[in-house]
Design a protein around this ligand. Structure first.
Ligand code: ACO
Length: 434
């Protein structure tokens, strides 16, 4: 971080044509401070210049040391470590530790961390009753969001967000209980009794057990599937200031408890333009039904009649490095589960889209959601579970960003400005005169 005093070369020289006045706005780390614009006024009554940036296209809302993305080069790094190395060599729990603590754990630290997370996997029996109260066909994202919000009532101590030890306890609870609640939401839809956590299994192994265990005395997860799910969790663990993380930071900035803030993030992730896209991709592939229908779909997309779900990204304009890893992983999983019949449609769709001028010009590439759903479906998950499988690992990212935000002395309650375009002051009109 540069701290040099502003000079002509590290400051933006601005002349306001309205007044002819000149201003020097310091540039630090490639940015000017939007608040520095406020000194640019036409007179004492003027509020000062603002930056108008709907959807935050060009606004940095924080300084962060967690996740680095170079969208033009297709680079994604957690705490400096490239995503492909982590996907190959690490585990989700280790990555969660890395995101939260900034460094990879030693062997002893990882053992302690794994123990601590494992210790908190069980939920209060009333959480089960709450989930049972949902309709049989309740969308599991809605169930997850509600159950996580409800956890704030089970752990009122979570409101003390000033204590680092207390924050750590709540973070452990959240990372530990997300798979438990997700599995309960899954089984509720099927009318199956809940399966208690088995703490002898890995994070994803235990999750698979809570999802799929039936009457067997001992459930042993398939190691290829257990590892594939763990890799998918690594790939989804954080992605800097995306929509749901921004929700986590914005809601958390009011100093609410982390269960309420994570619940808000789950709501943001649910949307089809964000995490909900993985579900939409599979619905789209199923609807396309056959390779021969692809040209028609591409035509509709180009006419602006529909989006190609799983394509495009606000940040990646070259390729999404996660999509590359997932595509390879899909073939490994299909060795065990058998090929997902929708794969051929996805591969052909990708091929045609990548050659088409519409997509090339707009730099639209497959994103993380394009192939993940194919794997989830092959693993036996219904469409509705796909975004839940995104929310579980992203919890580590949300919490890391929340922790960073709370420790950032520059942060305050998130509260954007607006440009008011409504009617000018006017008096109330009585009903009889309208
Ligand atoms: N299919 C067809 N056209 C698209 C798509 C798409 N999937 N995505 C973007 N475009 C077009 C837009 O219509 C626009 O065209 P125009 O310049 O002619 O108006 C241009 O590409 C730029 O797109 P924007 O909407 O400005 O890009 P933005 O950064 O706002 O949106 C987003 C990014 C939301 C991901 C978008 O690409 C999209 O809706 N994709 C489909 C949904 C999806 O896959 N979401 C998952 C994202 S990854 C994640 O959240 C985990």
């Amino acid at each position: 971080m540069s701290t040099a005093a502003p000079t002509a070369t590290n400051a933006l020289q601005v002349t306001d044509p309205r007044t002819g006045k000149q201003y020097s706005l310091p540039i630090q780390d490639g940015a000017i401070r939007a608040a520095d614009l406020r000194q640019i006024k036409t007179g004492p009554e003027d509020f000062g210049l603002m930056a108008y940036d709907p959807a935050f296209l060009n606004t940095a809302s924080c300084r962060s040391k967690i996740t680095y993305i170079d969208g033009d080069k297709g680079v994604l790094e957690y705490r400096g470590y490239p995503i492909d190395e982590l996907a190959e060599k690490s585990t989700h729990l280790e990555v969660a530790y890395l995101l939260l603590h900034g460094e990879l754990p030693s062997k002893a630290q990882l053992a302690q961390w794994t123990h601590d997370v494992t210790y908190h996997t069980i939920v209060h029996a009333n959480v089960g009753k709450l989930i049972e109260a949902f309709r049989y066909d309740a969308h599991p994202m809605g169930v997850l969001q509600s159950a996580v919000a409800a956890l704030s009532t089970f752990y009122p101590d979570a409101r003390d967000i000033k204590s680092p030890e207390n924050r750590r306890l709540q973070m452990l609870r959240l990372i530990a209980k997300m798979p438990t609640i997700a599995a309960m939401a899954f089984r509720h839809r099927l009318g199956l009794p809940f399966v208690q956590p088995n703490n002898d299994l890995s994070y994803t192994g235990n999750f698979l057990s809570m999802l799929f265990r039936m009457t067997e005395a001992k459930y042993t997860p398939n190691p290829v599937i257990e590892r594939a799910l763990d890799v998918l969790f690594i790939l989804h663990a954080d992605h800097e200031q995306n929509c749901s993380t921004n929700a986590m930071r914005a809601v958390g900035s009011s100093h609410t408890d982390p269960f309420s803030a994570v619940s808000a993030s789950i709501g943001a992730l649910y949307g089809p333009l964000h995490g909900g896209a993985n579900e939409e991709v599979l619905r789209m592939l199923a609807e396309i039904g056959s390779v021969k229908n692809i040209p028609d779909v591409i035509k509709q997309v180009k006419e602006g009649k529909r989006l190609l779900m799983g394509f495009g990204h606000r940040v990646y304009k070259n390729f999404d490095p996660r999509a590359k890893i997932i595509k390879k992983l899909a073939y490994e999983v299909f060795e065990v589960t058998g090929k997902n019949p929708l794969l051929d449609i996805a591969v052909e769709l990708e091929k045609i889209a990548l050659e088409d001028e519409y997509f090339v010009k707009r730099k639209l590439y497959p994103n993380v959601d394009f192939y993940s759903g194919l794997i989830y479906q092959a693993l036996g998950f219904p469409f509705e579970m796909f975004t839940v499988l995104f929310a579980i690992p992203r919890t580590a990212g949300w919490l890391s960003q929340w922790e960073e935000m709370l420790n950032d002395g520059e942060q305050k309650i998130a509260r954007p400005r607006q440009l008011f375009m409504g009617p000018a002051h006017r008096s109330y009109v009585e009903m009889a005169r309208r």
